[in-house]
Ligand binder design. Sequence first.
Ligand code: SAM
Length: 210
Amino acid sequence: MRMRNKPWAMDFLSSNEDIVDVESRYAGKIDEFFVKKQPLHIEVGTGMGTFITELASRNPDINYAGIELDKNVMIRVLEKVRELELENVRLLLLDANKIDEYFNEDEVDRVYLNFSDPWPKNRHEKRRLTFSSFLDQYKLILEKDGELHFKTDNRGLFEYSLVSLNQFGMDFHEVILNLHEDEPEDNIRTEYEEKFSAKGNLIYRIKASF
Ligand code: SAM
């Protein structure tokens, strides 16, 4: 997701430190960042935040941490969190490859990956968020029965992820090849999901645990 660079973005995010953690102040103690102590779900690569803010509105008994490395994009999520006055969403300006430094072992109950960048070239495999080094990290921070929920319209990334999760020994709870054909009520469409579905792309979803 490319957004115009906003030179003021970092200052703006820093001035909203009740919602956004720009310098990992809450690493190792994320409970202190939330109003209530309750189960924790995270989304890696929130984009503009339609998914996480709607999910959090529907589930006030769950805390949600949105992880995004692009500060310009994060401003859009911050605006939504403010507008909806969501106490159960906090935002982390963080590269996903550092989440094992941010969260404690077994601290997270669910990880969402929505329309992650596909990185189609072989030499970029390590950047895919379902590459084994990321799975290592999710496994570490997820509690025993915690789940990974993954959606994409990208056939290559979907097939790659099926193989990668399978090789990692994960248990599959759900593999859907056309999510919108008989759309489950619990599905919340992301910005990319709306865009690619409107183009006629199939949407794939996987739910799995370690
Ligand atoms: N999830 C949103 C959706 O479905 O509409 C956005 C999808 S967009 C293709 C991928 C997002 O992931 C971008 O906003 C990008 O900045 C973010 N992202 C990519 N790699 C990341 C990483 N290593 N750590 C954190 N965020 C990342």
